[in-house]
Ligand binder design. Structure first.
Ligand code: SPV
Ligand code: MG
Length: 291
């Protein structure tokens, strides 16, 4: 296993099971910057959000390069570590071995890789295609990821999503930790947290767990911390859903009201957007170098 990069080591130190880190999803560098500004510990480079931003399904439709470039761009404009959602790793362990150094070069702190077969389908999609690769195959992918990069490798099991039960989920989590995963993401799409809580309580604690509580939003961060097993909570899609809701409201109002005047007070000012574009830096450059 390669030594961790400074940004990966810093993120690993934040995966505190007594006080879990919280990551916010992003689909653009601007969303990542807003999440960091709000105080989130990390940026979730969500495949669901990026797919939605391109208005295509989260089903291995977007090419790796599109996601990779977004991770690099998110890291460039804000200080929080980027956790890249690399889905299945874009194929088998060989594909993983070629993908990982590229994500490392893009400066990401961690990758999350799931044990579904390629092409994947969204975990949250009702009736989605949830086929898993074998434990041995996924262990090979985790080993390939650890051997070819210096980031955290978070192994994600979809056993509960696929309806395979707690025993299989625990078996897979343990096997992935044994293969060298730095953390295990356990995903559930139950409408209540019972399923995921049962997994957490049964987890022996070899490595920290990671939760994405989209389907069971009633579970508070404090309740997760009290379990003493979870190092990271990911808010999986709240940037794109906030953006969709806000755009729909404003677009509708403008057409209904026959002008842009009435929405002015509820949208960001142009000055705010200039600030997010780091206009101050450009003014400094203009002053120094433009002759
Ligand atoms: C994502 O945000 O892309 C995820 C989380 O992988 S989920 O959509 O819940 O599978
Ligand atoms: Mg995803």
């Amino acid at each position: 296993m390669a030594a961790k990069s400074p940004v990966a080591a810093a993120l690993l130190a934040k995966l505190d099971v007594g006080r879990p880190a919280v990551a916010m999803a992003a689909h653009t560098p601007l969303a990542a910057k807003l999440a960091a500004e709000a105080g989130f510990n990390a940026i979730w480079g969500s495949g669901f959000e990026l797919s939605a931003a391109y208005a295509v399904p989260d089903a291995s439709i977007l090419p790796m390069g599109t996601h990779l470039e977004m991770m690099r761009a998110m890291g460039e404009v804000q200080p929080a570590p980027v956790i890249a959602d690399i889905d299945t790793g874009f194929g088998n362990a060989v594909n993983v071995a070629y993908a990982i150094p590229r994500y490392a070069a893009a400066g990401v702190a961690a990758v999350v890789m799931e044990d579904k077969s390629f092409p994947k389908d969204s975990s949250l999609r009702p009736g989605g295609r949830q086929e898993l690769v074998s434990i041995a195959e996924f262990q090979g992918k985790v080993e390939a990821a650890q051997a070819t990069g210096d980031m955290l490798v978070i192994a994600r099991t979809e056993a509960l999503i696929a309806g395979l039960g707690q025993e299989e989920a625990l078996r897979r989590g343990a096997a992935y930790a044994e293969a060298g995963a730095d953390a295990v993401l356990i995903h559930s799409k139950q409408k209540t947290p019972e399923e995921v809580l049962a997994f957490c309580r049964a987890w022996p604690g070899q490595v920290p767990l990671v939760l994405v509580p989209t389907s069971y939003p009633q579970l508070s961060f404090a309740e997760v911390a009290a379990l003493g097993k979870v190092g990271l909570i990911i808010c999986g899609n709240h940037a794109i859903r906030a953006a969709v809701g806000a755009m729909r409201r404003v677009f509708r109002r403008i057409l209904e009201d026959g002008g842009i005047g009435t929405v002015e007070a509820e949208i960001a000012s142009v000055a705010e957007v200039f600030a997010l574009q780091d206009d101050a830096r450009m003014r400094d450059l203009e002053r120094r170098y433009l002759r």
